[in-house]
Design a protein around this ligand. Sequence first.
Ligand SMILES: Cc1cc2nc3c(=O)[nH]c(=O)nc-3n(C[C@H](O)[C@H](O)[C@H](O)COP(=O)(O)O)c2cc1C
Length: 224
Amino acid sequence: MEKGDTHKMLTAFVEGMEEAGATVETIFAKRFKIRPCLGDFDCWYEKVGKCSQTDDMEKLYPKFREADILVLAIPIYFPLPGEIQNLLNRLMPLIEPILEFRDGRTRAKFHDDVKISKIVLVSTGGWWEKENMDLVVHFVEHMAKDASVEFSGAVLRPHAFLMNKYKEKAEEVLSETRKAGTQLIKEGKMSKDTLEGISRPLEPEKELREWYNDAYQKAKESSL
Ligand SMILES: Cc1cc2nc3c(=O)[nH]c(=O)nc-3n(C[C@H](O)[C@H](O)[C@H](O)COP(=O)(O)O)c2cc1C
């Protein structure tokens, strides 16, 4: 959590948002007792807008209803950590199931008491290329479309752990990340250049791949 690279990126992004005047609250999915969704659709067809389970989500629903922007900070865990998946599934009571068919897709929207108008992704991964994070980008984009709100883009940091090795480049990445947070609040969107700067390669692909393969080779030899 706080020690991770996703938090490092999120912190910079939030600083940028706060500099631009936003009030931000960070919630760590792992710190709350959030059971998996039961899939009974009670929140849609029994007690509208209310989950039948009683756990920490009760404390979180009001926060999600009040927020203007939802920033999801997700490390890639092929595709996402279970705790975050559980939390996202439990957002179902926020969705009003009046279905529409737009551009060949079934869509719903948030209930009127949910203020969220934009969803943003901040994500880190271990592999070299940012395209490896496409699955999660697509997932969050899909979620925004299903709720009929804007997907405002993805702040992506591939091979994020190398920020510890390349301190100067890391500072530049974090500064661009702050800038993205400020842009989101001040201009309503993050620029393509800023997002590309955040995802820039920190070292050549071959070098990183060889480092991974050496690390595995050493581990294999030492466990013989
Ligand atoms: C179970 C697991 C699966 C992972 N799968 C991927 C993956 O598919 N692609 C990737 O780029 N990184 C993958 N990673 C690496 C993490 O995404 C990466 O180290 C990330 O920066 C961790 O963020 P954190 O420091 O906030 O925990 C995986 C890590 C774990 C533990």
